[in-house]
Ligand binder design. Sequence first.
Ligand SMILES: [Zn+2]
Ligand SMILES: [Zn+2]
Length: 389
Amino acid sequence: MTTQNDSPRAARPEIDMVPAVVLTGTFIAALLLVPTYGLLVGYSAAAWTWFAIFLIASGLSITAGYHRLWSHRAYEAHWSVRLFFMLFGAMAIQNSILVWCAGHRPHHRFVDDEETDPYSARKGFWYSHIGWMLRRHPAAIPDFKYVKDLERDPIVKFQHDHYVPIVLAMNIALPALVGWLSGDLLGTILLAGLLRLVVNHHFTFFINSLAHMWGTQPYTDENTARDNPVLALVTYGEGYHNFHHLFAHDYRNGIRWWHWDPTKWVIRALSWCGLTSRLRITPAVDIERARLAMQFKRAEARLAAVAERSHRADHHAVAQLRAKVEHEYEAFMATLAEWSAAREAWVATTRQKMAHQIDRVDADIKALGHEITRRLRAQRRRLASLEFA
Ligand SMILES: [Zn+2]
Ligand SMILES: [Zn+2]
């Protein structure tokens, strides 16, 4: 008998029966039953409405609950909100909060590592989308040492200990109940139960597969994560994955007000009623610094390419371009130095407990933060306007 470790290339890990049966079974059942029943009998408006309600409720419970609240502790939530996320997160059948987070935290810590990232995109689309769950891959076996803090949350613990009955109640009993009440029992079970589950599964899985392959890298190219507004549309804002991998503790993934990130809007709206609190955001200066550093990296690469292509006559133009980039880089470094000196001075002043002056110092450092951010943005635009023809 071969084991996984004897010959990792030849021997594939054994199939993990429960997820394999649930994931392939529901997918095939939805593909066959949903259109057949639709053609033969048809669906009521109520069944479609429950489909939409459950799709959004379970989707947001994964993104706002499992992901941003529990995996990343990007904010705090009232027990009623956690209870909702726990129940509708179980409806999504993506395992318990504890198991989900025990996979997601190493995904961030070891991103792209084929041995330790549970769904490393370097192992291909199929593996990172669904393959990692179908077999007992060593990298994907949850390690609970990463979620010790979550075990203290009684709602998390309760869900983990009673996972199967909660899943059955949310996926069969609840759709059956609302279907029976609205007079379309079978139609509601098929749409709001089965189809909703499969759609939610694959939209979520796209974050691990497509969001690590398709899109832009405005903040970092040190990992495969991409920003992709199209994916954000179907994932409640999780498509801004390049930003998320660099600033994982930010409660937002799409940082501009117009970025499609309903998860962020829900968390923010709940904070207005006191149901969420301590929403964490990345300082604007840090975001601009990351974007500009990436831009310099690209400018350097393009300069090198242009220099290699250029004929003798163009050398002067290339040298001029290089001088411009170098000049911008010096300005960038000077701005960062100014900012870190100001921050250090602010920390020192605050430590001296000059209580009567702290408000004033706070206002000063805030104003400087805005000014530095504005300067870095202006520099980013200048750099973008350079012609690397
Ligand atoms: Zn990722
Ligand atoms: Zn994450």
